[in-house]
Design a binder for this molecule. Sequence first.
Ligand SMILES: [Zn+2]
Length: 376
Amino acid sequence: MKFCTKCIMPDTRPGITFDQNGVCIACQNHERKKEVDWDARYHELELLCDKYRRKKPGEYDCLIAVSGGKDSHYQVHVMKELMGMNPLLITVEDFFTMTEAGKHNIKNISEAFGCNLISFKPDRRAAKIISRYMFENYGRPLWYVDRLLYTVPLYYAAKLDIPLLVYGENVSYEYGGVDDKETYSAREQVFNGVAPGIDLSEFVSAGVPEDELAYLEAPSRELLSSIDPIYLSYFVEWNAVKNYEFAKTRGFKDLTHEWDRTNHIENFNQIDSYGYLLNAWMKYPKYGHAYATDYAARWARYGMLSREQAVSLAEERDHALDPKIVEDFCNFTGMTITEFYQALEKLYNKELFEKNALGQWRLKPEYIEERRNPKW
Ligand SMILES: [Zn+2]
């Protein structure tokens, strides 16, 4: 394992690249963004909105894929209040127990901005089978819902004849990954590797009727060419903390006084439900880093933490999977806690991890040292 000399992100993150000084692409892109003429980009967005603006009252100008989170609040603010568009919101629900903050925020986004919202509730029977299957066989427990997060808004934008579809950030460009080109178009997002296509016949073999697999296929190129999916992060400067500060002023609630998550370092990202968070943590056994690293790396990149502070947070928190997350995932899929940990045991990457005297999987000492003092 090698680590970014600026932000601690390791080279095990799929698709990430580094320059000869050991600076990751996300840090390089962050520096590049300081050169961007944001006024010109904002004007580009105005022109794009003018292209799709509809004249009749009550007709939607754009579809915004939202979770109800802080970024969603900011997206709706930009499109409706700054651009003067008439957006329809669409959310794909997961199957897990919602936090009080999550329940509040999804209502709040409609109320704060005065928008209609379509809530897509996916097939729970297929979800139970596929989520367990993907966890046990690929270590991707939330593949089913993540796949739908990418595909459903595309299908609905096309079906509802709303050509402009608005997403928040380009994950690959902002944080490093496959397809990290800087572009406003999100047309290729469905191929970015976050929820890659799986041969759907595997699910049929696992017991899911074929007709329950609709929407898991990536939309056809023909359908994709009939709509214009965009990343808002291309047009307006994107920063998770700034978005959070904005969202709070419009009624967004974080997890303060509700839940202190053992494997996170903040309380305002991905706070909607419990079991869904297993997904982000599952990077840990496979790639040796998880949510604490992701956010500590971002804060270091944004200059909010020193590199040393980021390292300490990753060391303290990355491994510490919160039991509430496990319990909620098991409740939904019908696995017992014992079955869960038996499956998890097999998923640890033995190249990266070894068991300590207490029976805990921990990164090998040479990687812990490498993260503290990266050498390139
Ligand atoms: Zn970096």
